[in-house]
Each structure stands twice: as structure tokens, then as C-alpha cells.
Ligand binder design. Structure first.
Ligand code: SAM
Length: 308
């Protein structure tokens, strides 16, 4: 058999505070990749053999396969120009590896989280000033998740656990959803005074069948919760346990899916992404998307589970 010495190089972009998470993730899910180089937001890996980038790492907002390296940007552009002629469907990007020596890499763009369409990560991105009409930054998180996956539609019903002070609820209300907010904390008046908003002012554990019956009567919601959204500041496995318990106890299997933000309390959590996925899939046959990069620079990720 002919032996080829083919190597495949990969590149990834991630904000610096998530670099270690990405490294840990790749160590677990692509152990055959060897770390090659990192500068700023860029990391590269090398593998002996063919391309095995057939999944999207949770903690990278952009990534792909490296095809060319040069110190001349012009040369890189020419390379892309020639390749694009051969296959116009492939997307290419030029990435700066080293500012001083001006080394560039040309790579195919395999995945890109929509809201961060920059060649390099802008560390100031999360420091954008919060608009006064927005109750919290969670507004931008749910907005990004929605823009990526086009989830929410007018007239749907969402139940949000950990809804106070109301950024995410406000976004959902603006999209025309009815929202049941569950949180013992105070909601911003922009949500509280909204005709399509109801609050259960208690923790998820304290919700009773009577609460849900009352809500169903008030809003004619019956059992039709389309979305369960959760943004509780609890350790991820505790949050998951509470959500699963709620769903099993009250038979509230959301018709469309779940959108959960989970705190990455320890780097070790990366090793449990599979367990988390399994726990959600045990609820129903859900298709799972992980999104690791959310606005706000918090160490958290989103899990979106959609009914098949
Ligand atoms: C990050 S804040 C949520 C921000 C909110 N989603 C927004 O859009 O503004 C976390 C919230 O989780 C709530 N929380 C913590 N434990 C909870 C529980 N067991 N049940 C319901 N809410 C909980 C807290 O009261 C807090 O308001």
C-alpha cells in the first residue's frame, strides 16, 4: 500500500479567555490533532493524514482547514482566486498568523458563528454599552442564538427559567412570543407590564401543578409550551437536573425545543459535553446544537435542542 505523508492543518479562532477550553475540547474530541501554533485569537493544529474536521468545536467561533501559508497577502489572494475558479462553492478566508513577520494563512471556512464576522476577534466586543431599554445582556445572547438558528416565531409560547431581570424575555416578547418567566427575582417593568408576559415569582423547584393550571386558564396556554428557555445561574448539572425534573413531573415537553445557557464553571466541564447531550436526548429525540461563543465574555455556552 502506498504511504502518503499527508498532513492536514486546521485553524480556529476563539476569544483568549476561552482558549484553554478549546484546547481541552480538542484534546478530548480530536486527540489525534497536535497543537501547532497560537497567537492572539488564532490557534492552529496539525494532523497526520486526511481532514477529520467533521464537527464544529463548541469553543471556537470560526475554523477550518489551512491550505496555504505565505508572507504576502497578495499571494494569498491570488491563491484564493485560482482555487475559487475551480470550485466557487468553497468559502475561503485569509488569517493573520503573525503581525510582525506578516505571515498569513489561507483556509477554507468550515464554520463561522454568524455574529462575529471579523478576521480577528475583537476583545472589546462584549464591552459594548448596554442600550438603556434593554434589561440585561442576556438580550444579546438570545438574539445571537436566534439569529444563528432562526428559532422563534410570533404567537409561540416560551417558558423561561431564570428570567430576571428580563433581557431574554424582552427579546422574546419583541418577537411576538408569550412568555412565562420563572424567577424569584424582580423583572424589569418592560416585561412585567407587557400583556404577553406572566411571572411565576419562585424558583423552578417550587412550581406546582396548580401554578401551571392557573397559567393555562389565564392565557389559554394549555400544555402548549413551544420553548423552554433557561438561563439560571446554577452549576450546569444542577440546572439540567432541575429542568429534567420539571419536564418529567409536569409533562411539559416543549413542542419545539429547549434553549439552555449553561455556565462553564470548571474547565473539566468540557469533558462532559457528551454527558450533557445524552441527558437532553433522553428526554425526547432532540437534535442538539452547542454554541460556545456568546456575547458577554462569560464562561458559558448554549445548548439548543430541537425536536426532530
Ligand atoms: C443570569 S441571571 C438571568 C438573566 C435573565 N435570563 C435575563 O434575561 O435577564 C440568572 C437568574 O437565575 C435565577 N435563578 C437561580 N436559580 C434559580 C432557580 N432555581 N429557579 C429559577 N431561577 C433561578 C436567578 O434568580 C437569576 O435571576
Amino acid at each position: 500500500m502506498e504511504h502518503t505523508n499527508k498532513k492536514t492543518y486546521y485553524y480556529f479562532y476563539t476569544p483568549s479567555h476561552l482558549k484553554n477550553f478549546l484546547k481541552e475540547e480538542l484534546k478530548k474530541f480530536r486527540p489525534q490533532w497536535k497543537f501547532s501554533y497560537s497567537k492572539g485569537a488564532l490557534l492552529t493544529y496539525v494532523e497526520e493524514g486526511e481532514n477529520t474536521l467533521n464537527y464544529q468545536p463548541v469553543f471556537a467561533f470560526q475554523g477550518g482547514v489551512v491550505h496555504w501559508k505565505s508572507t504576502s497577502r497578495e499571494e494569498c489572494e491570488q491563491f484564493i482566486f485560482k482555487q475559487s475558479d475551480k470550485d466557487p462553492k468553497i468559502k475561503w478566508g485569509i488569517f493573520s498568523m503573525d503581525d510582525q513577520l506578516q505571515t498569513y494563512i489561507v483556509g477554507t471556512v468550515k464554520f463561522r458563528v454568524k455574529s462575529f464576522q471579523h478576521d480577528t476577534w475583537n476583545e472589546n466586543q462584549s464591552n459594548e454599552v448596554l442600550d438603556k431599554s434593554i434589561p440585561s445582556r442576556a438580550y444579546y445572547k438570545i438574539q445571537q442564538i436566534h439569529e444563528e438558528l432562526n428559532l422563534f416565531h410570533h404567537g409561540e409560547v416560551a417558558m423561561e427559567f431564570g428570567s430576571a431581570p428580563g433581557g431574554a424575555s424582552h427579546f422574546l416578547l419583541q418577537k411576538g412570543l408569550k412568555v412565562i418567566g420563572v424567577d424569584s427575582g424582580d423583572m424589569n417593568p418592560v416585561c412585567l407590564n407587557h400583556p404577553n408576559f406572566i411571572q411565576l415569582k419562585k424558583g423552578i423547584q417550587k412550581i406546582t401543578a396548580i401554578d401551571l393550571k392557573e397559567i393555562a386558564k389565564l392565557e389559554e396556554l394549555k400544555n402548549d409550551v413551544d420553548w423552554i428557555v433557561s438561563d439560571m445561574n446554577l452549576p450546569p448539572f444542577i440546572a439540567l437536573k432541575e429542568i429534567r425534573q420539571f419536564i418529567f413531573t409536569h409533562k411539559k415537553f416543549p413542542r419545539k425545543g429547549l434553549v439552555l445557557t449553561l455556565k462553564m464553571t470548571k474547565i473539566d466541564m468540557v469533558n462532559h459535553l457528551n454527558d450533557i447531550e445524552l441527558k437532553i436526548q433522553q428526554l425526547k429525540n432532540y437534535r442538539i446544537h452547542f454554541m460556545g461563543i456568546l456575547p458577554g465574555h462569560h464562561q458559558e455556552f448554549a445548548l439548543v435542542a430541537l425536536r426532530q
